[in-house]
Design a protein. Structure first.
Length: 95
């Protein structure tokens, strides 16, 4: 829809952010967990995988995640409903 004052439509202002190192791995994990296939066993390097496994130990024990045959992780139905709790475990903590 065109603005009322006749200006050209434009996207809302926003920035961009580049993720590298471990943060990129955690971002990739969050995106993968949002898919039906989940996080595949071979999609992360060993260091990032170890960090993610450690951070998701509680949600895994609580039944919010299941292991896939290749060693990956996928959200359960309950995990999808509580995905903010799972993803919150992956966010870097401040300070």
């Amino acid at each position: 829809m065109a603005p009322a004052d006749g200006r050209r439509p434009a996207l809302p202002p926003g920035g961009s952010e580049s993720a590298d190192g471990p943060l990129a791995g955690f971002e990739a994990a969050m995106l993968a967990l949002r898919t039906a296939d989940g996080l595949t066993g071979s999609s992360l390097d060993a260091t990032t995988r170890a960090g993610i496994e450690q951070q998701l130990a509680e949600p895994l024990a609580a039944g919010l995640l299941d292991r896939t045959p290749d060693g990956g992780l996928v959200l359960t139905l309950r995990g999808r409903l509580l995905s903010n709790e799972v993803f919150g475990r992956l966010l870097p903590t401040a300070g």
